[in-house]
Write a protein that binds this ligand. Structure first.
Ligand SMILES: Cc1cc2nc3c(=O)[nH]c(=O)nc-3n(C[C@H](O)[C@H](O)[C@H](O)COP(=O)(O)OP(=O)(O)OC[C@H]3O[C@@H](n4cnc5c(N)ncnc54)[C@H](O)[C@@H]3O)c2cc1C
Length: 549
């Protein structure tokens, strides 16, 4: 009892719901892209990640942040990161759900939709806690690149695909599960990794092939307690990709020294470090001097995860905003029934559904890698989805936060989930290639001969469904053929994203969602802030579809 007043008109939080069961946009996108997919595992995961128990783990892992222990009490270096038990609970749950390397197991690959199942699971897990998904994502993404050292992949495959989480610092063969990270960025350059100064000198060869001694540093090195890393270093042939384990095959600890952990805006549960290598042992992956394309095989997959992750965060923020406004009253009505709030929420719902549709469409291309059309779409849509979805994230989070008024801005010991989402949002846009780098990468992708034709084919099913989409669809292949200069690359990436999102919504979403999306994003019936949809939109239908329960 409060002594002075009764507490009322404060909404109950969104807890113990099935995050998959209520996500109609995700269900439609999966039914369209992977009709044979059995969604039972997602329904099971939706209940886990929506539970109050797991939400408590997410809060605790973000409040009790990782601590670096460089030395033990005897003055010996140990280079360990200590985590709260809730961090380990989250890692255990994500690994058990197969969100790291499991999609590459023979069993999962045989289904034909391993990447889409895992993509939807990853998106759902993001709604619980995104920062532990950094090592999960890297452990997923590493397989295509690591396979180019077949001897290492043979030894590590079982651990990378297993559903067991094993945080012990032990030699790979003694572990039930393995995780991996990546090290490219150095102080003098992250986008332009050609500036890397870390050196790798030949040091004989063994069962894993050519061995090197690595000396240098990495300025950003996330999840340094992973079992191994793909890194870039200069050899006599140029920048090369190397496999650097923390524990060497003979059981000794590799010469990797963690200097400090980054003090970050968000992403608090994840440890991101600065490291130095002092004659560390590493093995060549792929060809010497071809390090950038080699490690980009990993980067392509982590870029998919950036798009999935931001889509998940959008959905989480939208769900919280809808839950809050459906209960909170102001000026005699629940907020969700106030016309202008309806407009804000519906506009956010359109953005969230479009992000979900585009991210899961991109995931489909990873499952159909032998199909020539999917290959081109994979190359085009990876930078497009990473650029556009992640770019929209921060603006989206701010608006969703505002729906909660002052409560949205409050941390309250980690209970203010909106604040956590807001702090997390810019990250997916920066790492794995920031916005400009993605837009420039799209130009590179468009230089492929069949890019314009593939884009036209992708948009074809939505022809004659909305005049604004038809206009954009007619114009885009010409702009693609003419190949815009770098100066216009962001605009082109935006327009390709919007056209593909609209074409997908034409095929997966109700008419209310599709037409409001096209009217606003393609036909100019929109302002510069969320909440400026034209009055003709079917607000109730859009909101009903988006409700989180
Ligand atoms: C929390 C966190 C964790 C990270 N973890 C890792 C990790 O585990 N491993 C790892 O290797 N890296 C990691 N990174 C690094 C991240 O990938 C880089 O910060 C990012 O790639 C940008 O590189 P940079 O910081 O050197 O910025 P810069 O390369 O200096 O770029 C600065 C800005 O310039 C723009 N820019 C660059 N070149 C051009 C151009 N030609 N034209 C127009 N604009 C351009 C970029 O888009 C960017 O906006 C992490 C970063 C963060 C924030």
């Amino acid at each position: 009892m409060n002594a002075t007043h009764e507490v009322f008109n404060q909404p109950s939080p969104l807890v113990d719901t099935n995050l998959f069961g209520a996500n109609r946009a995700m269900q439609s996108a999966l039914a369209f892209n992977a009709p044979a997919l059995d969604t039972a595992p997602l329904r099971a995961l939706g209940a886990v990640v929506g539970s109050g128990e797991m939400q408590t783990h997410a809060r605790l892992a973000n409040v009790h942040t990782p601590q670096l222990k460089t030395h033990n009490r005897f003055g010996q270096r140990v280079d360990q990161v200590e985590f709260h038990p809730s961090y380990h609970a989250l890692m255990t749950a994500a690994t058990a759900a197969g969100l790291h390397g499991t999609a590459f197991s023979a069993e999962q690959q045989a289904t034909g939709h391993a990447h889409q199942l895992r993509a939807a699971g990853f998106m759902l897990f993001t709604e619980l806690e995104p920062s532990i998904l950094c090592p999960i994502s890297m452990s997923y993404a590493v397989a295509p690149a690591l396979k180019d050292n077949p001897a290492i992949y043979k030894d590590w495959e079982a651990g990378l695909t297993s559903r067991a989480y094993d945080p012990q610092l032990k030699v790979w063969r003694d572990k039930a599960g393995l995780t991996m990270g990546m090290g490219m960025t150095e102080k003098q350059g992250g986008s332009d990794v050609r500036a890397n100064t870390t050196r790798a000198e030949p040091a004989g060869s063994d069962a894993w092939g050519q061995r090197y001694s690595v000396t240098g540093h990495k300025w950003f090195f996330s999840a340094p307690m992973c079992d191994a890393f793909l890194i870039l270093a200069q050899t006599t042939s140029g920048l090369s990709c190397l496999f650097l384990p923390r524990v060497l095959p003979d059981g000794s600890i590799n010469q990797l020294f963690i200097q400090r952990l980054k003090d970050k805006l968000g992403n608090k549960a994840n440890a991101s470090s600065e490291v130095e290598f002092v004659g560390a042992s590493a093995w060549l992956v792929g060809e010497e001097g071809r390090g950038i394309p080699q490690i980009l095989a990993m980067g392509t997959m982590t870029r998919l995860d950036c798009a999935l992750g931001t889509s998940g965060l959008m959905r989480q923020a939208l769900g919280i905003a809808l839950n809050h406004t459906a209960q909170r009253k102001a000026f005699g009505k629940t907020l969700i029934d106030q016309p202008l709030m309806k407009n804000v929420l519906a506009d956010l719902a359109l953005e969230s559904e479009a992000a979900t549709a585009l991210a899961l469409r991109l995931a489909r291309s990873f499952d159909r890698a032998s199909d020539p059309h999917e290959q081109v779409m994979n190359r085009l849509l990876t930078p497009v989805a990473k650029f556009w979805i992640c770019k929209r994230g921060s603006h989206f989070a701010q608006e969703a936060m505002e729906c909660l008024g002052g409560n949205g801005y409050v941390e309250e010991g980690g209970e203010g989930i909106m604040a956590r989402i807001y702090r997390e949002m810019p990250l997916n846009s920066i790492w794995e290639g920031a916005g400009n780098i993605m837009a420039i990468d799209l130009l590179r992708a468009l230089r492929k001969a069949d890019a314009a034709a593939a884009l036209a084919q992708e948009l074809e099913p939505s022809r004659n469904m909305h005049p604004a989409l038809d206009r954009l669809a007619a114009q885009l292949p010409i702009r693609v053929e003419e190949m815009a200069s770098e100066m216009e690359a962001r605009r082109l990436a935006q327009d390709v994203a919007l056209a593909v999102q609209a074409a997908l919504l034409a095929q997966t979403a109700p008419a209310a969602v599709f037409s409001a999306f096209c009217d606003s994003r393609l036909d100019g019936q929109w302002g510069h802030s969320f909440g400026s949809l034209g009055a003709g939109a079917d607000f109730d239908a859009i909101l009903q579809r988006a409700m989180p329960t």
